[in-house]
Design a protein around this ligand. Structure first.
Ligand SMILES: [Fe+2]
Ligand SMILES: [Fe+2]
Length: 425
């Protein structure tokens, strides 16, 4: 039976089923297709409210569909096809436990996709059709994505979601403190995904994939913990971080995104720093080389010095990572955690230097604090106490970074250009 005929059939049999139910159990018992109709009804209307897209492999040729929900009699395999030429293919969905609940994570990986192409997909026999696009292999046109951090689940996070989606980004990068589930509130994590699902859809109806790095509020204990202390976040983001909560995503021939863990599950010094050095050294010929981490090396709210001369916020990054960002000419470091908008000066060893590294932050997708001013912190060029998301526009060898406040007002615009010797020609 074709899917169209099957729908017509289901439509009529479900009408019969509803009528039978309304007139009492005697008719209900005579309906020999009742069990099948129940399963089919579940299939037809199946539309999980936590469904979102992400990547675990090459974003030019794959897409990962995930949602969290109850076990269901519905068919949960995923059919997918390009929008232009709907020759449907089928992908299997795997399930695994979700955190401390009886719910499951459903995950389907779509592979073998064409780059820079519009796709559609359906779950089983469900009526709803979703859309997405793959990343292009070559940046022949402008590439635009959004970033931010520290979202939570209140109305400000939702407003920023709506503003972010309006920018028609290829993806959203959320740099830690996504839901504020603290590793122990699965319902909070589900609410975050419901908000993301509800609003992170662009004007053309495409779902916007989510990338992330880990923050302290993903972890029960915040710092220096083991992976089992982040059961909500890792239940879905273990696709991106299967063993370690740091990694790199290379997109086409133009962009590398390095995602780091600021000591929540992985120490900064040692293995992660060695990996970072090699990762940056291997990518010197990339036109766009960007880093995202949660706790800022150059904070806009917290202090760089601790009490009684101790180490303050970002100390370990400044010791271990910033020299590498400088040596390997990282284009921009996206930082979060302090809940403000900030743009640093280009910095070398903490001092203003036109050949230094730019730090953008500081995570106010849905959380806010009063930012310190550039007068108070000379390494900062601009700050504001506003909810914001940043739009990154990659154009050839340049990048434009535009911070948008919750109202849509442009808070700041800046540009970065390549300084890597391999790119300078
Ligand atoms: Fe935060
Ligand atoms: Fe944080």
């Amino acid at each position: 039976m074709s899917s169209l005929h099957r729908r017509e059939f289901l439509g009529s049999s479900l009408g019969g089923f509803a009528a039978a139910f309304a007139f009492g159990p005697s008719l209900f018992a005579q309906d020999t297709v009742t069990a099948a109709a129940i399963a089919d009804a579940a299939s037809l209307s199946f539309a999980p409210d936590t469904l979102f897209l992400s990547w675990q492999q090459d974003p030019t040729s794959s897409m990962t569909v995930q949602w969290i929900g109850s076990e269901t009699p519905a068919d949960v395999s995923v059919k997918f096809a390009t929008v232009d030429n709907p020759l449907w293919q089928l992908a299997k969905t795997i399930t695994k436990p979700f955190s401390t609940t009886d719910l499951k994570v459903f995950r389907t990986q779509l592979t073998g996709l064409k780059d820079g192409t519009e796709y559609q997909f359906q779950i089983g026999n469900a009526a709803k059709i979703y859309r997405f696009r793959t990343m292009p292999q070559k940046a022949t046109n402008t590439i635009q994505f959004v970033s931010g951090g520290d979202a939570g689940v209140d109305e400000h996070a939702v407003k920023t979601n709506i503003l972010a989606a309006k920018q028609e980004p290829y993806f959203a990068l959320i740099g830690g403190d996504l839901a504020y589930d603290n590793g122990k509130s699965p319902e909070t994590f589900i609410k975050f995904l419901q908000n993301y699902h509800g609003h992170m859809i662009d004007a053309k109806g495409r779902l916007i994939p989510m990338l992330s790095c880990i923050g302290n509020h993903e972890v029960n204990g915040s710092y220096k913990m083991k992976r089992d202390k982040s059961p909500n976040y890792l239940s879905v983001f273990d696709n991106l971080f299967p063993e370690k909560t740091f990694g790199v995503l290379d997109i086409g021939d133009y962009l590398s995104l390095v995602l780091l863990d600021t000591d929540h599950l992985e120490p900064i010094a040692g293995e992660q720093t060695s990996w970072l050095e090699k990762t940056l050294a291997d990518r010197q010929d990339r036109p766009h080389l960007m880093v995202a981490n949660h706790v800022p090396a150059y904070p806009s709210y917290r202090a760089m010095e601790g009490a009684n001369g101790g180490n303050g916020t970002g100390h370990e990054q400044r010791v271990h990572w910033c020299p590498l960002f400088e040596r390997y000419n990282v284009d921009v470091v996206l930082e979060h955690h302090d809940h403000t908008f900030k743009r640093s000066h280009p910095l070398t060893n903490g001092l203003k230097d036109k050949n230094g590294v730019l730090y953008l932050g500081d995570g106010s997708w849905g959380k806010l604090r009063a930012a310190k001013t550039p007068e108070e912190r000379p390494y900062l060029a601009a700050t504001s106490s506003a909810y914001h998301v940043t739009v990154h526009r990659l154009e050839g060898e340049q990048r434009f970074h535009m911070a948008l406040e919750e109202s849509g007002k442009v808070a700041d615009v800046c540009m970065t250009t390549n300084k890597r010797p391999a790119r300078r020609g």
